[in-house]
Ligand binder design. Structure first.
Ligand code: SF4
Length: 320
């Protein structure tokens, strides 16, 4: 009993040592929230997207291999009594895939040495992080276990990406997905509803659908624009330059996007930023999802239903 209490205390201290630098708000991909998370970078190397405040002003930092080693050892201690050895791992940070291929391969080797049960390693990636690697490097990374990248596409529209200062355009997003396909590396594509506001919504839908219909992500992670207090987009909204969509409008935008998709993948709109969470396989469940969304739109168009959903949705978020 005393031993258990001591172990719990030790694990608490180790977790503080491992994740303390990330601060209060620590963003991980939804699908990877139950994986073993290994800090390798802090913040994002880009940090200029207009709508983003995920890094809370923190400077970008690459952890040294010694620091990463120490964290992996700490995690080994934490997980050594797990009933099932962990199979899935996540490199934590805004875009750890920015690291050079050599460093990513060394990290994968360290993970496998400590956790022979490791099957996949995931992390957030920007399109330019992928394009900065050669086909040979991407192949080597896939063989080393990098097989569930979370690629921040957000939109297929150059106007939207330019306005939001994403730093990459449609061509880079398409090129990155092609490069991952060529390397056989699995990835989920993140898409953000409402990112073009009211004025660019039609183009956002049309261009995103045409981009995705030529791609092969194993999943589409659909999220909705959240106006974080620290994001520069707030100023544009206050100045009435960016016309935010209402939640119901973003749900309709998502419906419109889904109706145009012809690819085989998973539509995963269960992220808590979405007004109406729903997930299903495409194309098999497309008709069913559309009908459910239509029913939700009808129910929420009344007012009270929408208010109830909104209250549940925004609990615990630091938003405008
Ligand atoms: S949205 Fe992603 S790429 Fe853009 S600044 Fe934020 S963490 Fe970096």
């Amino acid at each position: 009993m005393e031993r258990d209490a001591e172990r719990i205390q030790t694990i608490r201290r180790l977790k503080e040592e491992i994740y303390g630098e990330y601060g209060f708000f620590y963003y991980v991909p939804m699908a990877e929230s139950y994986t073993v998370q290994i800090p390798v970078t802090v913040s994002c190397s880009y940090r200029r997207c207009l709508y983003c405040d995920l890094n809370q002003g923190m400077a970008f930092r690459e952890l040294s291999l010694e620091e990463i080693d120490r964290n992996i050892e700490r995690l080994r201690f934490i997980h050594e009594t797990d009933s099932r050895p962990p199979r899935r791992f996540l490199l934590a940070g805004g875009n750890p895939f920015v690291l050079p291929a050599e460093k990513l391969l060394t990290i994968a080797e360290k993970v496998r040495n400590c956790f022979p049960s490791c099957e996949t390693i995931s992390c957030f990636a920007r399109a330019d992080d992928v394009l900065n690697k050669t086909g040979t490097e991407l192949n080597a990374l896939r063989r080393a276990g990098y097989n569930r990248l979370c690629l921040g596409i957000e939109s297929g529209s150059d106007s939207v990406l330019r306005y939001q200062e994403k730093g990459v355009g449609r061509a880079e997003n398409a090129g990155a997905m092609d490069a991952l396909d060529a390397a056989g590396m699995g990835y989920s594509a993140y898409i953000m509803l409402g990112l073009g506001g009211r004025e660019m919504s039609a183009g956002h839908v049309e261009d995103t659908a045409s981009l995705l219909n030529c791609a092969h992500p194993f999943e589409l992670t659909v999220v909705t624009l959240v106006l974080f207090r620290g994001a520069r987009l707030v100023e544009k909204v206050r100045a009435r330059e960016f016309k935010r969509m209402t939640s119901l409008e973003t749900l309709k935008e998502g419906r419109e996007l889904l109706s145009r998709l012809t690819l085989s993948t998973v539509w995963n709109a269960t992220h808590k930023t979405n007004l109406f969470p729903i997930k299903g396989k495409l194309p098999e469940h497309k008709g069913l999802i559309l009908r459910r969304i239509d029913a939700a739109i009808e129910e929420m168009s009344g007012g009270e239903g929408l208010k109830r959903h909104e209250l549940q949705r925004w609990q615990n978020w630091g938003v405008e």
